[in-house]
Ligand binder design. Structure first.
Ligand SMILES: Nc1nc2c(ncn2[C@@H]2O[C@H](COP(=O)(O)OP(=O)(O)OP(=O)(O)O)[C@@H](O)[C@H]2O)c(=O)[nH]1
Length: 195
């Protein structure tokens, strides 16, 4: 199986679940594709699904004989789609906007076999963030920028980001970027993984 993702935590989640996979980082212009989808009025859920499919398709084209997983995660804040922060200033703007409010994360995975999509799932999590002071946000980013720069929402739930939330409705793995439970269930049900 190939994980078509450059995300270290996605690889780590599969590895810890005992799922062996090769990693091939997809070369997809996510910004352009996301902009086109948003221009068509695509919902955040559809954007995550379409980007995950584009990444899986790109890698599957070069490995038609392998099971290939493409992934994508987007943040939906009052209908606005947010991705990874471009800069510490961008991260501060994002966190100030999310502070004291609710947002959703959509984590999509699309599986390709024999060059076509054979399974897909979009996990959704709703998060309620406590009010964070501007001073704390700036300090958090200054201390954690190297860690959060590749993370949608500019936080990592498994690290200090856990302090941001008063409630999370959905599963932990989906926040980290992969709907792991439905994916493992599908792999087991189709006989790819023993159980
Ligand atoms: N460790 C961690 N990563 C997070 C968290 N929330 C979001 N992310 C990561 O944010 C990234 C979302 O960006 P994507 O475009 O979906 O994925 P990517 O990292 O660019 O990797 P590709 O799949 O190659 O596009 C993923 O790597 C997620 O795993 C979190 O709470 N913890």
């Amino acid at each position: 199986m190939i994980l078509a993702s450059g995300s270290a935590i996605r690889r780590e989640m599969l590895h810890r679940a005992g799922v062996a996979c090769d990693v091939v980082v997809p070369r997809v212009d996510e910004a352009a594709l996301r902009a086109a989808l948003e221009a068509e009025g695509a919902t955040p859920r559809d954007i995550a699904d379409a980007l995950a499919e584009a990444k899986a398709a790109k890698v599957a084209a070069r490995h038609p004989d392998r099971l290939v997983l493409g992934c994508d995660q987007v943040l939906d804040h009052r209908g606005r789609v947010l991705g990874k922060p471009e800069s510490p200033e961008g991260a501060a703007r994002q966190l100030r906007a999310l502070s004291g409010d609710r947002h959703a994360l959509f984590s999509a995975v699309v599986a390709f076999q024999d060059g076509r999509p054979v399974w897909r799932h979009v996990g959704q999590v709703r998060l309620t963030m406590r009010g964070l002071s501007a001073g704390y946000i700036d300090d958090y980013i200054a201390r954690n920028w190297d860690s959060i720069r590749d993370s949608v929402g500019a936080y990592k739930l498994e690290e200090e980001g856990a302090r941001f939330f008063t409630a999370i409705e959905g599963d932990y793995f989906t926040v980290l970027g992969l709907p792991l439970i439905p994916l493992l269930s599908w792999l087991i049900d189709r006989g790819t993984l023993p159980a």
